[in-house]
Design a protein around this ligand. Structure first.
Ligand code: FAD
Length: 386
């Protein structure tokens, strides 16, 4: 990725990140990922670099980066090891949600500690019986004096084991229709009645933890209801996911960039029929397709991030960026493996990791099918015929 069109601030931040990725992440990423070892040292380095507060306002101790810069940083980290971006993503979605919708007391209580990484966040939407259909969640809260009592299970939660503080969607009204109006968002901290459950073993995106969260008569004070209002949780989280989708699309750009770079380097070194394989037109056609898809992905991400930075809703743009970039990443990762021939199938070459990491971007923060529904809904609004 060139830095030609970046602002001075972006160049400065990206130079720091590139240095970190090259020196600290790249040399150990494949081994840690394959062995599913949690990267405690790298996480501590990310804390020291201030990355846990990347998009939190300076007022609350963060770096205050806008979405455009944040997306560039996430792509750069993912180019080294996508799992490391996962450690930050849901933590920062939660922080943004608290900053945008929390009470002043909640912001002061949580954001400075989230910015340092002392409080490690995540988001809990998905449950054993529902993921895409968020409105159908079954975890519920019942008011008990100055507390709510929460029961239920969340599933596939990133940072579920290493995180300690989560933004969790919970039904406070199980009768109301439409169902999403009965959903509230709570800031929940691990403690009596709230623990992580099973560690979930994954195809790719290993090293970082994905687990269940279990609530058994967990008491939380009413002051932990985001914004102090019941029934607002669905809206608050969907707004947060807009930023999350930009992040996932940026992760796809990072993985696809790494896959392309490894493929074009290998194609110039590997010889068949007396010439480097890069001289064969079949390989050239692949490289041309890969890079065109990669550049288109970057532009879609930049477009969505710029709109979000202007303070506008960008469901359409974030949905298109996430849909296109994640599908393109999976195709580019497969092509990179093909260009490596048999070697691409072995763990000694990082392209096998990119190939296993790529499908997560198609699923997380809403599958491609759900992105298409979001895109179509927005198009029908935008091009409404009277
Ligand atoms: C590694 C990993 C980490 C994750 N981290 C988190 C996290 O931190 N927090 C969290 O809350 N969740 C997390 N998730 C869950 C993720 O968001 C869900 O897996 C995703 O939203 C899909 O939900 P589901 O798995 O229940 O699939 P389902 O909703 O059951 O969908 C199954 C299939 O049906 C399709 N489908 C569903 N509804 C429709 C429809 N209306 N029209 C057309 N097709 C449809 C889907 O696209 C999919 O192909 C994570 C998932 C993974 C794999």
């Amino acid at each position: 990725m060139t830095m030609d069109h970046l602002t001075d601030e972006q160049k400065q931040v990206l130079t720091m990140i590139r240095d970190f990725v090259r020196k600290d992440i790249e040399p150990i990423a494949s081994e840690m990922e394959q062995k599913d070892i949690y990267p405690h040292d790298l996480v501590n380095k990310m804390k020291a670099l201030g990355l846990f507060g990347m998009s939190i306002s300076e007022k609350y101790g963060g770096m205050g980066l806008n979405y455009s810069t944040y997306a560039l940083v996430i792509a750069e980290i993912s180019r080294g090891w996508m799992s490391m971006a996962g450690v930050l993503n849901s933590h920062l979605i939660m922080a943004k949600l608290v900053e945008n919708y929390g009470t002043e007391e909640q912001k002061n209580r949580y954001l400075p500690k989230m910015a340092t990484g002392e409080k490690r966040g995540g988001i809990g939407l998905t449950e054993p019986n529902c993921g895409s259909d968020v409105a159908a969640i079954e975890t519920y809260a019942v008011r008990d004096g100055d507390d709510y009592v929460i029961n239920g299970t969340k599933m596939m939660i990133t940072n579920g084991e290493q995180g300690n503080t989560f933004a969790v969607l919970v039904k406070t009204d199980r009768q109301i229709k439409p169902q999403h109006r009965g959903i509230s968002c709570f800031i929940l901290e691990k403690g009596p009645g709230f623990k992580s459950g099973r560690h979930l073993d994954k195809l790719g995106y290993r090293g970082v933890d994905t687990s269940e969260l279990i609530f058994e008569n967990h008491h939380t004070p009413i002051t932990n209801l985001v914004g102090g209002k019941e029934g607002e949780g669905f809206k608050q989280m969907m707004d947060g996911l807009e930023g999350g989708r930009i992040n996932v699309a940026a992760r796809a750009v990072g993985v696809a960039t790494a896959a392309f770079e490894k493929a074009i380097a290998y194609a110039q070194k590997r010889h068949t029929m007396g010439v480097p394989i890069a001289q064969h037109q079949a390989i050239q056609l692949k490289l041309a397709d890969m890079y065109t898809k990669l550049e288109a992905s970057k532009l879609l991400v930049a477009n969505a991030a710029a709109k979000k930075d202007r303070g506008e809703r960008c469901d359409l743009e974030a949905g298109m960026a996430k849909l296109f970039a994640s599908e393109a990443c999976a195709e580019i990762a497969l092509d990179a493996m093909r260009i490596h021939g048999g070697y691409g199938y072995f763990k000694e070459y990082p392209v096998e990791r990119y190939y296993r990491d790529a499908p997560l971007m198609i699923i997380g923060e809403g599958t491609s099918e759900i992105q298409k529904l979001v895109i179509a809904r927005n198009l029908l609004q935008k091009f409404k015929s009277v």
